[in-house]
Design a protein around this ligand. Structure first.
Ligand code: PBG
Length: 322
């Protein structure tokens, strides 16, 4: 009988293992953290829509990262929540700002930990938009200077990689130029090049306190219906100097990841966003799905589609499972 017997190589775990195409390693995962500027040293507040994720004081952040590093954590991405917000996001580029302090603290304690910073203004502006507002519209070019200043302040504090997530045109070029000018020619940029205007960011906006006070982000983030535009965005950012290109969200956009893998040859990252986390958490807390297996399946799928690196709120947990 000569029909295809796919089951031959599925018979035992050992056979399945030797033909497995994709693996998940601790090096593939990045844990996001939300660090809050507060005088309460022991501040730790669970995010309602993201059970298991917290807003943390500097001190609590260090405690949490210490445990995770013991479990094999290799990389983090930091988001800051400042005490004061204003129209021009002053705290985003304050050299003594909360993220700058967190970077400094973590790098001093864990020199080998890869510390990535999210470069955006929305957590720091009173209106919650990712740039400067004039006539109720986010102004692209005036925002570039502030983003560049923000990235530089993160790198001066010791950040290993900066990750602009604002979706202003030309920001990778602006950041590359300012870093080079200050001698940081070797600091990589991981660009959120392909960032969709997604409703899956809802829980993050609770966590980062960054919900826009009016309108939405559709004039700068991408239309979920588009795919060719993703290639244009990714190529533009790569040409401007991005070293790693990110797609965000992850699971609903695996087609985009795969297209990018086939058309760009730089490392690709994917962000399994807050809404993706919340969905899995909610269903598993209800006992409707098996959390561990669903998480591992979703992450391996993101890798299979083409991501080299995955930012996931499940990272800390997955490290215990691997
Ligand atoms: C900042 C930023 C956002 C996320 C990462 N960086 C929010 C947004 O664009 O509104 C979302 C991450 C998540 O949902 O987990 N611009």
């Amino acid at each position: 009988m000569t029909f295809f017997r796919g089951r031959r190589l599925r018979k035992t775990q050992s056979l399945r293992d030797i033909v497995q195409e994709t693996w998940l390693r601790p090096e593939d995962l990045v844990q996001p953290y939300f660090v809050v500027e507060t005088s309460d040293k022991n501040f730790s507040k669970e995010i309602t829509s993201m059970p298991g994720q917290f807003q943390l004081s500097l001190f609590k952040l260090e405690e949490k990262v210490t445990k995770a590093v013991d479990n094999g954590l290799k990389s983090v991405i930091l988001f800051g929540i400042p005490e004061k917000k204003d129209e021009i996001a002053s705290e985003a580029y304050n050299p003594k700002g909360i993220v700058q302090q967190a970077v400094h603290k973590l790098k001093r304690k864990f020199p080998d930990l890869v510390v990535i910073t999210d470069v955006c203004l929305c957590e720091y502006t009173s209106h919650g938009h990712c740039g400067i507002i004039e006539d109720r519209h986010v102004q692209n070019d005036p925002t570039l200077k502030l983003l560049a200043k923000t990235a530089l302040s993160h790198v001066k504090a010791g950040a290993d990689i900066v990750a602009p997530s604002d979706m202003m045109d030309g920001r990778v070029k602006a950041i590359r130029e300012i870093l080079d000018k200050h001698g940081f020619i070797e600091t990589p940029i991981m660009s959120y090049a392909v960032k969709y205007a997604s409703s899956f960011y809802g829980p993050f906006r609770e966590a980062a306190e960054s919900t826009p006070q009016f309108g939405d982000r559709k004039s700068y983030q991408m239309n979920p219906a588009n795919s060719n535009e993703a290639i244009l965005e990714a190529k533009a950012d790569f040409t401007e100097g991005a070293d790693i290109i990110m797609v965000k969200p992850a699971l609903p956009y695996l087609d985009i990841l795969q297209r990018l893998k086939d058309s760009l040859f730089c490392p690709l990252a994917a962000y399994q966003v807050s809404g993706e986390y919340a969905q899995i958490k909610a269903a598993s807390l209800n006992g409707w799905i098996d959390e561990k297996n669903v998480v591992l399946e979703s992450l391996i799928s993101i890798k299979r589609a083409g991501a080299n690196l995955i930012i996931s709120y499940f990272t800390e947990q997955v490290l215990k499972w691997l």
